[in-house]
Design a protein around this ligand. Sequence first.
Ligand SMILES: [Zn+2]
Length: 580
Amino acid sequence: MAQTTMAIRGPLVGQLFLLFAALLGNACSSDHDSTRTIPTADVIVINADVHTSDVGQPKAEGFAVRDGKLVLVGADEDVRALAGDDTEIIDANGATVLPGFVDGHTHLVSGAGLATGVDLSEIEDKDEWLRIIAEKVATVPDGKWILGGGWDQNLSDGILPTKEMLDSVAPGNPVWLRDIDGHSYWANSFAIELAEVTADSRVPRGGVIVVSPDTGEPTGVFKEGARVLFDNAPGMSEATDTEAGIRSAMALANTLGVTTVHDMSYEIDAFLSVLESTDLTVRIWQGARRDGGAFPREEFVAIAEERERIRKLVAATGLTETKGPLFELGYVKFMVDGALSGYTALMKEPYADNPKADPAPRTTQNELIKMVEYAHGNDIPVSIHAIGDRAVSWALDALAASPSKPGMLPDRIEHIEVVTPDDVERFRSLGIVASMQPHHATCCVGNYVIDRIGRQRLPNAYVWRSMLDHGIPLVLGSDWPTSPFNPLIQIADAVLRETRLDGVVRPWDEGNTLTFEEALYGYTQAGANMTSWSDQIGSISAGKWADFVILNDKLATPVDRSLASAQVAATYLAGTKVFP
Ligand SMILES: [Zn+2]
C-alpha cells in the first residue's frame, strides 16, 4: 500500500490512499478517524528541509519510521498524524535532513589509524601537525603507539618531515604516521629503536629508508616497502588490531552521516566478527581485492564460494530482518596503474613535466582481459582502479572483451582522473559505472595535476558533468583515507570545483560542476544502485530502511562554501540513532 500523501505524490496514488484509509476507518474505528488506520510511528521527523534523493519526490517536510523502515514521507501534517503516545518526535527546527550517505570507495581498515590516532589531513602548517600530535600524546599512556597520519609535505613546504620533529613532542611514545597517499611513513626515534631499524636494515625491493647525508642515520621517513620493518615492532599488532580499527572507522563514519560504504579493505573475518557482535553500524558492500598481477581462474571460483559462505553467515545472524542489509561480498577489485602524483598513472601521451617517465602497469592488458573474463564467468562484477587515460582505456577494452551477463550488477571503473572523450562514449555503450572522488580533483589540480598533464589535457580531467551528460551512472566517494571522509566536503567540491590555482582558491573548468542534487544523488542512491540493496537504501522513500542524517542547520540555497563546514547533528541507521 502506498502510504503517502496526495499533496506530494500524484493524485491517483493519493486518492487510492484516502479510499483505503476510509474503508479501513469505517471497518475498525467508531470515531471515523482515518489516521488510525496506519499504525502509529516509532519515530517521526517533522519541520525539516528534507532532500530525499528520490527523483519521484525530491523534497519533503518530514517522515515517519516504524520497525526501522520509512512508512510515510511527505508533508508535516500527514507525518504528525502518525504520532502516538510512544512516538519519538524529532523536530528538526527547519534543519536539512538527508539520506544516510553511501560512500562509493573506502578503505576502512587502512583509515582506522586516522580514526583512532592523529589526523593531519588537509593541514598545511607543520607546527600545527606537531600541535595536534602533542595533544594526542597528552591522552595516551607512555610507551603506547601513536598512529594515524594523513600528512602531506607538498601541502606545506615540500620538505619531508624528520624524526627530530616528532621527538620534540613525543619523546615517550613510539609514533608511526602514514602520509596521505600511503606511500611514505614518518617515525620518531622511539619507534625506530623499538623496531630495531638502522640505516643498514634490509628492505624489500622498491622500499627506501631515507638517510641523512650528514649523519648517515635514518631521517625518520620510510618509503614504500620499507614500512614492513615496523610490522613486528613490539606493541604494533595490538595497536593495529583490525576489529578495533573497523569499529573506530565506523564510529567516525557515523559522525559524518555515512551509513553505507563500498569498502576495499577485504578483511572479511574481522568484519563478520564485528557483525556477529551486533556492532555493525555501517552497511558494508565489500570488494575482494586482487591488487596487481595475474590471478588464475580458480581464484574467482573461490571468491564466488566465499560470497555464498558470507551470505549464509550473515543470514544466520537474523540481523538483516531488523536492520536491513549489512554485509555482502559484491565485487572483485583490480588495479591497473598507480597515481599521477608519483608518475605511476598510465597515460596515452607522455607526462608534461617528466616525458621520460615510463610507469609499469600493475596488471598487464592481457592479464586484465583474462581476469575480467574469469570474474564474469563466476557472476562477479568487477571494479578496476584506473587513473590515467591509458589505464582507463585498458579497463574498457577488458570490459568490452568480456561483457557482463544480463542480470549481473554493473561493472565500475574507479578514479578515472584523466579520460579521453572517445572513452567517455565507451562507458555509455558498455554500461560501465564511473566511480569518482571529487576531492582528488580539488586537492591537486593546482598543486601538481596541471604540471603532470599540461593545460591541453586538462579538459579530460575529472569530467563529472560529462559523465552525467552522457547518461553514465556517476557514483561519488572519498577513497578515504586518501581524501576527506566527510561527504559534505566531497559534495561541496563537486558543486564548487574549487582548487588552489596560482595561489588563489577558485573554480576551474566550471562546465564540469554538478548541481547539489546531482552530487547528493551520487553520494546516496547512485551508490546504492551498484549493490543488490538499491530498493532498500539510498533515498528517503516510503518502504526503505530509515537511514538518514540530520544536519544542525538548513543548507543555504543555492549551496555555497558553507556546505563543506556544515555539521551533522545526528545519524540514524534503520531508524536507530548511531550518532551521537
Ligand atoms: Zn582506493
